[in-house]
Design a protein around this ligand. Structure first.
Ligand code: DC
Length: 229
């Protein structure tokens, strides 16, 4: 392809703890393009619901809340950030109340429409790497590159437990495995935009790979494309 004015969009999808967050952030840094964590938007909506005492299983109340919130987007060090009603939720996005409820928010079709619109708008800021569950399938089906990162559930649980141990001082692999499997089931069986391998995506099983190996593979492919675009 030689359309040099088209935006470069690298879509990276996959289940929780497949390595996609670290890989996406690092790949964006090396490519010097914006990094967008789409899950952060779903987590932000969940944080807002918890804060306002809205039951996340009450779709109508959640939709009403969404329609009455003001989201502002900005870029900080090439990372997409946002405020909801002038508050930055970043520090709360990985908290337990959010973690336990976010999959329920993400099944609400109207919430997904809202997020997909916001996520598409972020391309106005420039070239980007975006990670999520439906980026290559729904948000940017015409993305320049599409990857689907996966790893065995036990390996994903080990990685997430290690992360939790580092950030919260506790992380039990068995418990994490149960919670991951529950989230996987909700994410992959929901009616709207279930987690799936996007058409045309390259599937990368990261189980036996280091983060650097996965990042380098993506960065090398994108740079090769840029060199001939
Ligand atoms: O990637 P993450 O763990 O931050 O995602 C949090 C939740 O949001 C998870 O349950 C899946 C959902 N999600 C989604 O449905 N679609 C996206 N594009 C990103 C996240």
């Amino acid at each position: 392809m030689s359309n040099s004015t088209a935006k470069l969009i690298v879509a990276i999808d996959g289940p929780s703890a497949s390595g996609k967050s670290t890989v996406s952030r690092e790949a964006a840094k090396k490519l010097k393009v914006m990094y967008v964590d789409s899950g952060a938007l779903y987590r932000g909506a969940t944080w807002k619901a918890v804060r306002e005492g809205v039951d996340v299983k009450n779709a109508e109340a959640v939709i009403d809340l969404m329609n009455n919130t003001n989201w502002e987007f900005f870029i900080e060090d090439l990372v997409l950030k946002f405020t909801i009603d002038n508050e930055d939720p970043t520090d709360h996005l990985r908290s337990e109340p959010v973690r336990e409820r976010v999959a329920d928010i993400a099944v609400i079709p109207e919430v997904r429409v809202f997020m997909v619109e916001r996520l598409r708008e972020t391309a106005e800021f420039g070239d980007l790497v975006m990670e999520g569950r439906d980026i290559g399938s729904v948000v940017f089906p015409d993305a320049t590159f599409k990857y689907y990162l996966d790893a065995d559930p036990e390996e994903r649980a080990r990685r997430r437990a290690k992360e939790l141990q580092e950030t919260e001082g506790k992380g039990d692999v068995e418990q994490v495995l149960t919670s991951l499997k529950r989230r996987d089931t909700i994410d992959s069986t929901r009616k709207t935009a279930p987690l799936q391998i996007p058409l045309g995506a390259q599937v990368v099983n990261t189980t036996g790979m280091t983060i650097d190996e996965v990042v380098d593979r993506i960065v090398d492919e994108v740079n090769a494309y840029r060199a001939q675009a």
